[in-house]
Design a protein around this ligand. Sequence first.
Ligand code: IMP
Ligand code: MG
Length: 178
Amino acid sequence: MIKDIEKVLITEEEIASKIAEIGENITRDFTGKEPIFICVLKGASIFMSDLIRQIDLPCAIDFMAISSYGDSTVSSGVVQIKKDVDTDLTGKDVIIIEDIVDSGLSLEYIRTYLATHNPNSVSVCVLLDKPKAHKTDVTIEYVGFELGNEFVVGYGLDFAGKYRNLPYIGILKEEVYL
Ligand code: IMP
Ligand code: MG
């Protein structure tokens, strides 16, 4: 797989130390609370697994899966829920865990949707953000790394279902797309 990677953007070590930092921040901000982490499948699964082990609080987890219609590289903003949360979120402190924010349309949909479940609070934590690609004013409380508009894979992120198991974040060689 390494032969398909043009460049490693973020190493395994850099990811681990960033997650430790985010874990400390969330632990501090939610002291005295028992947040529920909601992982947006499938891309955020690896990030979520590592992050919750850096949280020194009692907490719960749940999972959601959504699909965005249309072209896979351009977000349409039309979102369908493929798997809903199983937990009653009434009065809960919800932390949405996403792999990457591009247009922000998926995240805005999920945030608005979960806010209708009468939680005490809703926050968002993403590993990667592409601020130049945002098409909506989405609020993100915890961001790991900011990127340009490059398409990245690894550490949960895929291209055509592959590369999720790379331990780092990298850019694919152009010939892999063509
Ligand atoms: P948004 O609704 O445009 O913000 O779409 C975000 C979703 O698109 C993410 O959850 C990913 O599934 C996917 N995505 C966006 N950029 C990338 C990327 O660079 N690599 C892999 N997936 C991406
Ligand atoms: Mg995703």
